[in-house]
Design a protein around this ligand. Structure first.
Ligand code: 5AD
Ligand code: SF4
Length: 436
């Protein structure tokens, strides 16, 4: 049996796409390996969001050439956002690639890998027009069980935030059919999946006929899956209706990822985000007031063109006011083809680094403070398996998605266990199981 090694970069959409790759290949007599030396096929699912991510891919392909010296028959397939942006030119720019695949035709990889054996020229298989027109969801029928399973509910993005390549790499927004999504959730539920994450670049603008995102959440909740989450939300489209639905249904997890990007109205305007700090704050307050135990995470970019010290201070102020539970923080990276690429990248690299370090420190304090809310409280933990460090300790997650480590045994895998939280850290909680 031929073996493949899959390396995934980037966001949850890519993670979700990689599940499709895994499923397509394992159902067609390929086996996944976690050892590079064993691989007959090396598959890179790439990310183009920041320049560094693109450089990493190029570096990786370069390193694989060494590997190929020992194993000349090794084939290298590259898919994902970098290939969508660069297209067939990638094969000319970076030597050693055998297959270039798009983001919407990963399910056809077995066929493409088959084709590879008959040729030495790079194969370009960028788009599958049948899928892109059909708004059909590739069915997942295997997988995760004990951790969350990513389920795409839409593709693409229409927002054109000034810094972002996604609308160019993933194309226009398409929502998958409501009935198909519910059917898929039911399949996963019957397979024993307990935690599902609905993913899309901007899930709040989901629309299929007269079903909006709140409507989808209602029917998804009615399937009875114990935990449903979703990412990513756009602050402009985060309606009270959505927040109210999450508040009402116990199996809709109280976790929101609401990328702020900046706390300065001037910068938000330049970023083309279509909300201001007042609106963002009102939404965040509504979430905190309506949903007890809510977990609010965000994305922040420092050093966007024109960001002054004052703009930056406004971001910090807002972070503290909202008390984010978690932030993903980035230095602005100018991406060709975007609106911001035409702006002068006027914050120096050193200054971007300084601002990044400051917000990381700020967020660490906030995360610890927010996690302290759970001290001495009993929380329901869905057990995923043994912890990485000790076999006698189990790892699981709260409904907020927080990692909890506690003494237990492997038979608890996949079960909901009540745990009393005894210690908190920035990224994890520790506790004691409340059962013998
Ligand atoms: N530079 C820095 N960060 C970016 N992001 C998107 N594009 C860029 C860029 N050019 C960040 C945003 C987005 C997250 C997925 O990545 O914060 O929400
Ligand atoms: Fe990029 Fe903005 Fe779309 Fe998010 S909403 S994917 S940041 S363009």
């Amino acid at each position: 049996m031929k073996k493949f090694y899959l390396l995934t970069y980037g966001c949850q959409m890519n993670e979700s796409d990689s599940d499709i790759i895994r499923q397509a290949l394992t159902q067609n007599n390929y086996q996944e390996t976690y050892f590079r030396e064993e691989a007959d096929y090396f598959i890179l699912n790439t990310c183009s969001i920041r320049e560094r991510a693109v450089r990493r891919v190029v570096g990786q392909i370069h390193d694989l050439q060494q590997h190929r010296r020992q194993k000349p028959e090794l084939k290298i397939a590259v898919g994902g956002c970098v290939t969508q942006l660069e297209g067939k030119d990638l094969a000319e720019k970076v030597s050693g690639i055998d297959l270039i695949c798009g983001t919407s035709n990963f399910h056809r990889l077995p066929e493409f890998l088959e084709e590879l054996s008959g040729t030495n020229k790079p194969l370009i298989r960028l788009e599958d027009p049948t899928i892109s027109k059909q708004n059909d969801l590739p069915v997942k029928n295997g997988g995760h069980r004990h951790s969350t399973c990513f389920l795409p509910i839409m593709r693409g993005c229409d927002n054109f935030c000034a810094y972002c390549v996604v609308p160019y790499s993933r194309g226009r927004e398409i929502s998958y059919q409501h009935a198909k999504i519910i059917e898929q959730i039911n399949i996963l539920r019957d397979l024993g999946q307990q935690d599902i994450t609905l993913v899309g670049q901007n899930v709040n603008s989901y629309q299929d006929g007269d079903v909006n995102f709140a409507g989808l959440l209602r029917t998804a909740a009615a399937t009875g899956i114990p935990r449903i989450r979703f990412i990513t939300s756009h602050p402009r489209d985060m309606s009270r209706e959505i927040i109210d639905v999450v508040a009402e249904r116990p199996n809709l997890c109280p976790r929101f990822h609401l990328p702020l990007q900046s706390g300065s109205d001037k910068i938000l305007g330049r970023m083309n985000r279509h909300y201001d700090r007042k609106k963002y704050l009102a939404t965040a307050r509504y979430i905190r007031a309506t949903i007890p135990g809510s977990f609010l995470s965000t994305d922040i970019i420092v050093g966007f063109p024109g960001e002054t010290e004052e703009d930056f201070q406004q971001t910090i102020e807002l972070m503290k006011e909202i008390r984010f539970d978690l932030s993903y923080m980035f230095k602005f990276s100018s991406r060709p083809g975007t609106k911001a690429h035409k702006m002068t990248d006027d914050v120096s690299a050193a200054e971007k680094q300084r601002r990044l370090e400051i917000i990381i420190a700020t967020q660490n304090e906030l995360s610890k403070l927010q996690n302290d809310r759970f001290l001495e409280k009993a929380v329901e933990v869905l057990v995923e398996g043994p912890s990485k460090k000790r076999a006698t300790e189990m790892m699981g997650r709260t409904e907020q998605g927080l990692t909890v480590i506690f003494k237990g045994d492997n038979s608890w895998r996949g079960k909901m266990i009540p745990v009393r939280i005894t210690e908190t850290y920035i990224g994890t909680l520790k506790g004691e199981a409340l059962i013998a």
